[in-house]
Design a protein around this ligand. Structure first.
Ligand SMILES: NC(=O)c1ccc[n+]([C@@H]2O[C@H](COP(=O)([O-])OP(=O)(O)OC[C@H]3O[C@@H](n4cnc5c(N)ncnc54)[C@H](O)[C@@H]3O)[C@@H](O)[C@H]2O)c1
Length: 325
């Protein structure tokens, strides 16, 4: 089998994580890298045996590269994606898709015209527990879902001024950076969101140190109400939980591999799930989509839909008004 060559744009935390995950995917490897910091690219190239390119365009146009991983900071995604689009290469773009709606629309139009796979990094879609939860919702295990609570506290946020993760204009705060994942899951499970109301600190620069909090309520076309809470704080709990309740029971997915299931009138049960590492599964799916044997589980359209809802949350928090989607 011919090795599937991948090019990496942005050799930071996620770039390294995906490269390590790819080491376990047969017949695929990062063969080229571009990072805006030449020393970072050089160190990455030496560590992983990847050729260092002088620009994203040069990397994307290389004949060795079958697909491009865009892992630069969120506001830089459009330029990385544009390079891959010009070269007509398959694309994996980290979430969130980008920082604003105008860029997202351009990416959606150009990406859907590409005729090549375009995946977005919603890694939770590649977890066995997420699939089990979706299967049980579709099988009617909790009857008609009526509400959902999403709880995503991070009590050990350490970012300081100067870090792009502490700059609201760059990262979009806890809404765009963290809730993007769970907004995507909620869209996948519940369908179209229609109304959004949110309050958030939006990384308020008047605080002594960068920190964020968001409380958002989204109503879906089918009437389901979803309550999203996320924080980047310097004390308190860290964890994640998604609780979905319906006429016939409740299902909870937390940070473990086990789901908790309460069927109405019965004792609670623990449902164990086991799958391969989700980051590996995500890379394997992207590589197989380049080979034409599968399609990405989280697509460009999913990335766009999550972004639009997250941006509506931000707009609602800024204006104090409920937003219609
Ligand atoms: N899927 C997830 O669970 C998850 C988790 C964390 C971060 N992310 C997302 O992944 C992306 C990258 O995050 P990270 O934590 O790896 O960031 P990072 O800061 O660790 O790494 C970013 C790298 O990109 C480089 N870079 C900056 N501008 C560039 C440009 N214009 N072109 C090429 N390289 C550039 C930087 O030098 C750095 O090496 C972000 O969009 C972030 O929101 C996703």
């Amino acid at each position: 089998m011919k090795t599937t060559g991948l090019g990496l744009i942005g050799a930071g935390r996620m770039g390294n994580l995906h490269t390590n995950a790819l080491a376990n995917v047969e017949g695929a490897a990062i063969s080229g890298v571009y990072d805006i910091k030449p020393d970072v690219a050089k160190a990455f190239g030496e560590k992983f045996g990847a050729r260092v390119y002088a620009s994203a365009e040069e990397l994307a146009h290389s004949a060795d590269i079958d697909g491009v991983l865009v892992c630069s900071p969120t506001p830089c995604h459009p330029e990385g994606v544009a390079a891959a689009l010009h070269a007509n290469k398959a694309i994996f773009c980290e979430k969130p898709l980008c920082r604003n709606k105008a860029s997202a629309k351009k990416l959606l139009n150009a990406g859907e015209a590409l005729g090549k796979p375009f995946a977005v990094g919603f890694v939770r879609r590649y977890m066995a527990k997420t699939h089990e939860l979706k299967k049980r919702l579709e099988a009617g295990d909790i009857g008609t879902p009526r509400f959902c609570n999403i709880d995503l506290p991070l009590g050990m946020y350490k970012r300081m001024p100067g870090d792009w993760f502490a700059d609201f204009d760059a990262c979009g705060g806890v809404i765009l950076d963290m809730l993007a994942h769970h907004i995507d899951l909620a869209n996948w499970f519940f369908g179209k969101p229609v109304r959004v109301y949110a309050a958030s600190l939006l990384l308020d620069a008047k605080q002594p140190e960068p920190a964020d909090y968001a409380a958002c309520v989204v109503t879906y076309e089918n009437g389901l109400i979803c309550n999203f809470m996320a924080s980047w704080w310097r004390s308190g709990r860290t964890g994640e939980m998604m609780e979905i309740s319906g006429d016939g029971g409740s299902l909870i997915m937390d940070g473990t591999d086990d789901l908790t299931y309460w069927q109405k009138g019965r004792e609670k049960q623990s449902i164990h799930t086991q799958g391969e590492n989700a980051h590996k599964a995500q890379m394997e799916c992207f590589v197989n989509s380049i080979r034409g044997t599968t399609a990405p589980t989280a697509t460009l359209r999913d990335g766009y839909n999550s972004l639009v809802t997250a941006l509506a949350m931000i707009e609602s928090a800024k204006t104090g008004k409920a937003m219609r989607l």
